[in-house]
Design a binder for this molecule. Structure first.
Ligand SMILES: [Mn+2]
Length: 363
């Protein structure tokens, strides 16, 4: 029997933090496309259950089209059960709307008052929605049969202790020694699998698509294949686009053309479908001004989205100005005698030099 464990889909998220209106709208639809691709994959692979460990939707106000597309998938695949734990971002309205529709029997929900279990032969899927009232006691009420394959699902932040004020902490120490084979978690947006105890593992599937540069790297779901009481798990990447944070290291010998070449080299293996944040670091010489706009123009034909941050500092070679009779030399020597931090001095010298050379100054 096969099960998909996914979480944190945040469907219908606005995606506007980096993108313009048009691209954000496209990305918003792509979240739904990716959900549909996952369901198609499930159908093709004879997956019996899609377990959604929270945050199916991003916020209370979900567009009707988004809800409709999700309902279509659930109705259109009656052979697949959708076991759905609501997360902290999910709201009741979608579920209410769904339960108003007749003949949807393959949507399985979980309560907040007690653990709910669904049986699939020798496999049992048990879950609960975490709220303040149950988060302190969830381990005590969990009773599992040690002779079955036990999958437990929750949405929350893993921890080894119980914080008093944190409502959505999954206290792992309360769940050890309970005969859990696979603890399917949601809330953390990247894939992570670790040992829970002698018997089981816990796993965050991560989200299906990265939404911002805090969600870089491969995104997807976990496929569980259970035969004769043994669970084999595999992370399956499915994201349409990946986000990348790339550091381009420069040094004072490089002019702008060399910096562009270095940046191109750093991004050469990245797919043109992807989104990139470039951070230029290191030291530049006083004459090389990092022209982020020029760098972006030289790269952005190649990618879906790119943004560039200049985090370089200017290296001042005092020695070379030591005997310089010009105004520049006089200025550097003057600044060298001032009491201030090296960073501050470098910033002032850079501004002063630009002023002397008659360049535009942005402060
Ligand atoms: Mn989430």
């Amino acid at each position: 029997m096969k099960i998909i464990h996914c979480a944190d889909l945040h469907l219908d998220s606005k995606m506007e933090s980096n993108l313009d209106r048009e691209a954000a709208g496209m990305r918003r639809d792509e979240l739904l496309d990716t959900f549909e691709r996952m369901v198609a994959y499930a159908a093709e692979q004879d997956v019996r259950v899609i377990l959604i460990a929270g945050d199916l939707f991003d916020k209370p106000n979900v567009r009707k089209t988004a809800k409709t597309r999700v309902i279509e998938q659930i109705k259109g695949h009656p052979q697949i059960d959708f076991c759905y734990i609501r997360g902290n971002h999910d709201q009741l309205d979608f579920v209410e709307e769904l339960s108003e529709q007749e003949n949807i029997t393959n949507l399985k929900l979980f309560g907040t008052d007690e653990w709910t279990s669904y049986d699939y032969g020798d496999v049992v899927i048990t879950g609960m929605e975490l709220v303040k009232e149950n988060s302190q006691t969830l381990g005590m009420n969990l009773v599992l049969d040690q002779n079955r394959v036990n999958i437990v699902a929750l949405h929350g932040q893993e921890s080894d202790y119980q914080g008093n004020d944190r409502t959505e902490v999954v206290n792992l120490s309360m769940l050890r020694g309970k005969y859990i084979d696979y603890l399917a978690l949601g809330h953390i947006h990247s894939y992570k699998k670790e040992r829970l105890d002698d018997r089981g593992v816990y796993c965050y599937s991560g989200c299906l698509e990265g939404r911002g540069f805090d969600e870089c790297g491969e995104k997807g779901f976990v496929l569980l294949d259970i035969t004769e009481g043994k669970i084999h798990t595999e992370f399956v990447p499915i994201a349409k686009r990946m986000l990348h944070e790339v550091k381009v290291e420069v040094d004072p010998t490089m002019d702008m053309a060399a910096i562009i070449r270095a940046a191109k080299e750093c991004v050469k293996d990245i797919s043109s479908e992807d989104l990139i944040k470039i951070i230029v670091t290191g030291e530049t010489n006083i004459d090389t001004d990092i022209d982020c706009e020029r760098l972006r123009r030289s790269l952005d034909q190649d990618f879906f989205f790119i943004k560039i941050y200049d985090r370089t500092s200017v290296q001042i070679d005092y020695e070379s100005f030591r005997n310089d009779k010009s105004l520049k030399g006089e200025f550097v020597r003057l600044m060298e005698r001032q009491h201030m931090s090296e960073d501050e001095r470098a910033a002032i010298i850079e501004l002063g030099m630009k002023a002397i050379m008659g360049e535009d100054i942005e402060v």
